[in-house]
Each structure stands twice: as structure tokens, then as C-alpha cells.
Ligand binder design. Structure first.
Ligand SMILES: Nc1ncnc2c1ncn2[C@@H]1O[C@H](COP(=O)(O)OP(=O)(O)OP(=O)(O)O)[C@@H](O)[C@H]1O
Ligand SMILES: [Mg+2]
Length: 288
């Protein structure tokens, strides 16, 4: 059984979105994921309750509930048939809780948004994971997800440059897409939406799945150029609905490089954004 913790104390970075879509992917592939929700908002649990009986089963554990009738161990017990536990964590987690939250985690996913505030908060969170939770980089347990990206923006390029300086792999680059908003409303994930609607989003999960499982899933691979006369939806390059064509890169050799390799940072990015973003990373590197 694999335990995957989605964590970033910054609110709204996409923890629940990543957790539910990962659970949806695993369930759609015939695995038996359990979503463990530590957030008192209960968004992951609510999403599971919206699912229809015909959909692939996902169990939810409301870990945020304090149930005085049972022991904590009983409340958090994982069903025997579970193949994966995906843990959704709340915003504003105290760094002192990190060792407990991450102790048994095989993988820790840190979604981060391309904004100056989020970049700085993320650098502190990664620092806490390294220093407080005592996770070593060479364990390859932490992966960063650049979420809600719109490529061709300075802030996006600053984010990618900053993430490179952390020495933590960027395991996915997820575009800003209304499909995630719709999927959350419907109790599904993008992997369960119609192919022609969510193809671009689904493909962006390829590097993440490869990093998590150590094997690539060919169903997540780009399927080549569209037929003549059809317009392929644009990717992170321009955001949903914008015109443009995202070039398809050859598969990278190392999964952890996959997401970033598809989105190289332009050399000409300079100025306050990029330079400022590197400062906290250097501080972490010096401490760790
Ligand atoms: N890639 C995306 N494209 C479009 N919308 C997104 C994307 N990722 C997240 N969102 C939206 O951003 C909002 C915040 O996302 P989400 O709830 O997943 O963040 P969170 O980190 O779990 O927040 P919290 O810290 O409050 O628990 C939601 O409305 C969600 O639908
Ligand atoms: Mg959440």
C-alpha cells in the first residue's frame, strides 16, 4: 500500500484538487484508493459523497472528525483492501505537525501556485519538510506540483526557476482549467471526464504518475498531433480556451524531470520576480 500526502500550509494551492483527482485516477485504473481528509472543511469527504454508485469506488475517512466513541487508531484504520491512501491536509498546518503527517508517507506532493506570495510560502514549507520533518532530498519523497499555471507569464517562469533552485523535483505542471472546477462539483476527476473534454488535463498527469509509481502509463501520453483541420486545445502555455499549440516533447529519461522538461524556462526571464524567488531557496539550501 502506498501512502501519498498532499501538503502545503498555504490555503488554496490545490491540495484537495490534487488529492481528489489522484484518487479518481487510481480508482479509474482499478486500484482501491482511500481518501483521508484531515481538513475540517471536509472538501474531499464531500466530493466522495457526490460520487455515483456506478463510479469506481473510493472510500473516504473523515480524519478531521473527533469521535469520542472510538479510539483514534480505529477511526483512522485503513481497510485491508486499500491499495493507496491519499491524504488531504488543511491549510495552516503547524510545522510541528509535519513529522506526524509525513512519517509514513511514501510520497509528499506540494502543490504551489505561480504567485509571489505562494512562492515564498512554498519555500518555507519545503524548508520545514527538510528541517523539521527531517526528510532528506535523496529519499526522493517530496515532489512539487506547479498548479494553475499559465505559461508565457513572467510569474510562471519565476515559479519554475525558483522550483529548480530548491533541488526538489517538479513532478507535474498542471494548467489552470475549468475542468478541475467542474469535476469537483460532479464528484469525478478529470480522468473520469470525456476524453475530448479533458484530454489536455489528463496528459499533464503523466509525469506525476510516473514519479509516483515508477512506471509510465501510456494512456496519459500525448497522442500526437491532431488531424488536419482540427484544433488541439492549448496547454498551460496559454490557459484554457486561448489559441495556441503546446509542442509535444519526447518522453524524458528521468520521471522527476518530466514536467519541467516539457516547460523549459526562457533564458531571458530576469528582473525582480525571478531574482526574488531564488532568495528563500538559497536560504534553505544553506540550512539543509
Ligand atoms: N488547476 C486548477 N485549475 C482551475 N482551478 C483550480 C485548479 N486547482 C485548484 N483550482 C481551484 O482553486 C480553488 C482552491 O483549490 P483547492 O480547494 O484544491 O485548494 P486547497 O489547497 O485544498 O485549499 P485549502 O487550503 O482551503 O484546503 C478551488 O476552487 C479549485 O477548484
Ligand atoms: Mg483543501
Amino acid at each position: 500500500m502506498q501512502r501519498i500526502v498532499v501538503l502545503n500550509p498555504k490555503g488554496g494551492s490545490g491540495k484537495t484538487t490534487i488529492a481528489i483527482n489522484l484518487a479518481s485516477y487510481l480508482a479509474a485504473r482499478g486500484h482501491r484508493p482511500v481518501l483521508m481528509d484531515f481538513d475540517p472543511q471536509g472538501s474531499s469527504v464531500r466530493w466522495v459523497k457526490k460520487r455515483q454508485p456506478a463510479q469506481a469506488p473510493i472510500e473516504a475517512i473523515a480524519a478531521f472528525e473527533k469521535d469520542s466513541r472510538t479510539t483514534r487508531a480505529f477511526q483512522l484504520r485503513i481497510p485491508d483492501h486499500a491499495t493507496h491512501v491519499v491524504v488531504d491536509t488543511p491549510a495552516a498546518v503547524d510545522p510541528r505537525q509535519l513529522p506526524d503527517l509525513t512519517r509514513d508517507a511514501d510520497k509528499i506532493l506540494v502543490p504551489v501556485l505561480p504567485s509571489d506570495i505562494d512562492i515564498h510560502t512554498c519555500s518555507r514549507s519545503i524548508g520545514d519538510l527538510l528541517l523539521v520533518a527531517k526528510i532528506r532530498r535523496d529519499e526522493n519523497r517530496i515532489g512539487v506540483i506547479a498548479n494553475r499555471v499559465r505559461r508565457n507569464t513572467l510569474m510562471y517562469q519565476a515559479l519554475i526557476r525558483f522550483l529548480h533552485t530548491l533541488g526538489i523535483p517538479i513532478v507535474a505542471i498542471i494548467r489552470d482549467s475549468q475542468n478541475y472546477v467542474r469535476a469537483a462539483e460532479l464528484g469525478v476527476g478529470v480522468h473520469e471526464m470525456k476524453g475530448h473534454v479533458a484530454r489536455e488535463d489528463v496528459e499533464q498527469w503523466g509525469p506525476l504518475v510516473t514519479w509516483l509509481t515508477g512506471a509510465s502509463d501510456s494512456t496519459l501520453s500525448p497522442r500526437g498531433p491532431p488531424a488536419a483541420g482540427t484544433r488541439r486545445p492549448s496547454g498551460a502555455s496559454a490557459g484554457e480556451g486561448d489559441p495556441g499549440e503546446a509542442p509535444q516533447a519526447a518522453p524524458p529519461e528521468r520521471p522527476e524531470d518530466a514536467a519541467a522538461a516539457e516547460h523549459p524556462v526562457a533564458e531571458d526571464v530576469a528582473g525582480e520576480d525571478a531574482a526574488g524567488a531564488e532568495l528563500p531557496a538559497r536560504a534553505i539550501a544553506a540550512q539543509a
